[in-house]
Design a protein around this ligand. Structure first.
Ligand SMILES: Cc1cc2nc3c(=O)[nH]c(=O)nc-3n(C[C@H](O)[C@H](O)[C@H](O)COP(=O)(O)OP(=O)(O)OC[C@H]3O[C@@H](n4cnc5c(N)ncnc54)[C@H](O)[C@@H]3O)c2cc1C
Length: 395
């Protein structure tokens, strides 16, 4: 531990970018998030500031107007956002959802969308995969896209489509071939770029959005499609191969969410350490008791171990190597580390851990999400069991 009681746990070459993110986040203190949390309101000013600074375009290549940074750098950005007590959930998908267009879109689609996304003029941060009846069982999704002339006609429903009300475009996964007519179970699903403005302005009948009030301030929704027409030119890649395209984008998402969890864990540990040093009871700081200091030290060790896995997954991804196992483990270990740190932080603060003005209960609720979304822990364990350890497929 350094003399100033802060710790340096990211020996990377990204200190400049980390410092810039920190400086930006200082303009959005706990009070800003508290008010939004109370009102379940979208952090518009924060998202605009991140966009203007170019952070959300970190992964877009320079030729399309982005900064062309690596996933390591993007992860550092999201980690710092969370370590500063802010929350990237309102906009993190703007960073990685475009990856599907970048990797699988046509030259015309890339030229049309990526520069505008990089400038922040277009928001592509709605991702429509999960459905009420299929949940984790993505291949059982029921939303259909049927070709009619130059359009596809979409019918069905998505749930938990976050940021749909704050996005111009949605990346949508829908069934184009009935499940009993495909050769491989992973075929028959296709990805579309849905222009939500156009959909809403065309009378509003084809697309409707219903917000879901959740445990934490998260702009998530149900989205209903009723005969929505999407131009065939908005199909990404080949019809029927959409599941593969979506899967290929998930490693980046897992690493970035893992980095957010590391940021949360650092915030909880910092907060708990400071309080344990300052709070004096029975004539000494509570942090002098091993019963108080050990859980903080344990949370720190758990965070550092998870941080290494996040860094390893980001390194492999940036090197173009397969990182499915590492990205999944990074997300799981980081989510566990942040949740353990959250619990420890509440305990260290005693009753004050429950008071709104300490921000701990808000961050506690926020970080709980990552045990479930974007992929729940059981699914990660199943992946490791089957694909890494060669155990029989369980579902
Ligand atoms: C706030 C929030 C935001 C979200 N944002 C988005 C978004 O933007 N876009 C999007 O598409 N989705 C989004 N999601 C959905 C999220 O990805 C799912 O909630 C998550 O994948 C789990 O699916 P489910 O809720 O349907 O749970 P279910 O699939 O119904 O599973 C319920 C429980 O059973 C367990 N389970 C299921 N099957 C098995 C099995 N075979 N073995 C062991 N355990 C099993 C799961 O792990 C889980 O704990 C969001 C969810 C939330 C809560």
């Amino acid at each position: 531990m350094a003399e100033d009681n802060s710790y340096e746990s990211h020996p990377d070459d990204l200190s400049d970018i980390r410092a810039s993110v920190r400086a930006l986040c200082e303009q959005f203190p706990g009070e800003y998030w508290r008010v939004l949390d109370r009102e379940r309101a979208y952090p518009t000013a924060f998202v605009e500031a991140l966009t203007t600074a170019g952070f959300l375009a970190a992964l877009i290549p320079e030729e399309f107007g982005g900064s062309g940074l690596t996933l390591r750098a993007a992860a550092a950005i999201m980690e710092e956002v969370h370590a500063a007590g802010c929350n990237g959930a309102a906009c993190h998908a703007q960073m990685y959802t475009m990856g599907t267009v970048l990797r699988h879109g046509s030259a015309a689609q890339k030229a049309k969308y990526l520069p505008a996304i990089a400038r922040g003029e277009l928001r592509l941060q709605a991702f429509g995969v999960t459905e009420p009846t299929s949940g984790t069982d993505t291949l059982a999704l029921r939303t259909t896209a049927v070709r009619e002339g130059n359009d596809y006609v979409i019918n069905g429903q998505k749930i938990w489509t976050s940021r749909a009300e704050h996005s111009d475009l949605m990346l949508l996964l829908a069934r184009t071939t009935p499940r009993d007519q495909v050769k491989k179970r992973t075929e028959g699903l296709s990805v579309f770029l849905v222009d939500m403005h156009e959909a809403k302005s065309s009378g509003g009948s084809g697309l409707s959005i219903k917000p879901i009030r959740t445990m934490m301030n998260h702009a998530t929704t149900e989205v209903f499609f009723d005969g929505l027409r999407v131009p065939a030119e908005n199909l990404i890649g080949e019809e029927g191969q959409g599941f593969r395209y979506i899967i290929s984008g998930m490693n980046a998402e897992r690493v970035l969410i893992g980095a957010e969890c590391i940021g949360d864990a650092k915030w909880f540990i910092e907060k708990a350490s400071a309080y344990a040093r300052e709070r004096v009871l029975f004539g000494r700081p509570i942090g002098q008791n091993q019963g108080v200091q050990f859980p903080i030290a344990k949370a720190y060790a758990q965070m550092r171990a998870a941080e290494l896995m996040v860094q390893e997954a980001a390194r492999l991804y940036a090197a173009g190597k397969d990182c499915g196992a590492e990205a999944n483990m990074a997300k799981m270990l980081a989510a566990d580390a942040s949740w353990a740190a959250a619990d420890m932080c509440v305990q260290t603060h005693g009753g004050f851990g429950f008071a709104e003005e300490f921000d701990i209960e808000r961050k506690f609720r926020e970080t709980r999400l990552y045990q479930v979304a974007p992929i729940s822990t059981n699914m990660i364990l199943s992946y490791l069991a089957e694909h890494v350890l060669g155990l029989p497929r369980s579902y």
